[in-house]
Write a protein that binds this ligand. Structure first.
Ligand code: ATP
Length: 239
């Protein structure tokens, strides 16, 4: 009998948006210990808005966000990072003029304990970052910058990781590399909420998935079941 896994993230009835524009109309989802959950949806569905509201970069109008049993609905983004939440923003926001090593050290600002050990782990996971550690981050290719953005988030020793479109704008070979890295993080037991337009690749490595359409969850379930769902196949998998 498999043990029931505890939720590390619970979003309940979340309503959020920009000024008077409501982009999320009561979204609920959960992420359990060790799970990889994919959130798929078309352009403008509200995926980024949901991640930004979970990480506190956008305030919510109503609803609740719980991280590891603590209510963080109205907490500052910094507090959420300290509590173990890390987000890799859309568009790989690395600090171009700073060295790769300094970018990584910045990722540990909320949790400096064991920074050097953590750096070594990142260099093992991403050898290319080790080779180039003294170079400016801006000199890296798009795929390498995505690896750096993920590694920087991991420097805070997250207990929950939010990834926003990590494969966006990358050549197919690099897309595969990014998904391999995500699979390895999952194998290490890090719970991940993955937002992707590449629904096929995301559902292939996810345990469960949610479909977000114009600010509402319209479908959810095991990733394999979603992949076989006619609506998902025609709308998101191009089948
Ligand atoms: P994409 O894949 O294109 O990033 P998404 O699913 O992440 O799409 P969001 O970026 O969350 O979608 O956008 C959800 C809705 O909120 C859209 O209607 C969008 O136009 C609107 N929106 C997003 N950012 C802003 C903003 N800064 N100000 C006003 N409206 C915004």
């Amino acid at each position: 009998m498999s043990a029931i896994k505890k939720n590390v993230l619970e979003v309940e009835n979340l309503v959020a948006g920009y000024g008077r524009i409501e982009a999320l109309h009561g979204v609920s989802l959960t992420l359990a210990q060790g799970e990889l959950v994919a959130l798929v949806g078309a352009n403008g569905a509200g995926k980024t808005t949901l991640l930004r509201t979970i990480s506190g970069l956008l305030p919510c109008k109503s609803g609740q966000v719980k991280l590891l049993d603590g209510d963080i609905t109205n907490s500052s983004p910094d507090y959420r990072v300290q509590q173990g939440l890390a987000q890799v923003l859309e568009g790989r926001q690395v600090f171009g003029p700073l060295s790769i090593q300094d970018n990584l050290r910045l990722g540990a600002y909320a949790n400096r304990e064991g920074t050097d050990e953590r750096l070594q782990q990142m260099y093992e996971l991403f050898p290319v970052l080790h080779e180039k550690k003294h170079l400016a981050a801006g000199t890296l290719s798009g795929g390498q910058q995505q690896m750096l953005a993920i590694a920087r988030a991991l420097m805070s020793k997250p207990r929950v990781l939010l990834l926003d479109e990590p494969s966006m704008g990358l050549a197919p070979l690099l897309v595969r590399e990014v998904f391999r890295v995500i699979q390895r993080l999952k194998d290490q037991g890090i719970p991940i909420l993955l937002v992707e337009q590449n629904a096929r690749a995301a559902l292939a490595i996810a345990d469960r998935g949610y479909v977000l359409e114009t600010g509402k969850i319209t479908l959810s379930g095991k990733a394999a079941d979603l992949t076989n769902d006619e609506r998902v196949r025609s709308a998101y998998l191009g089948l």
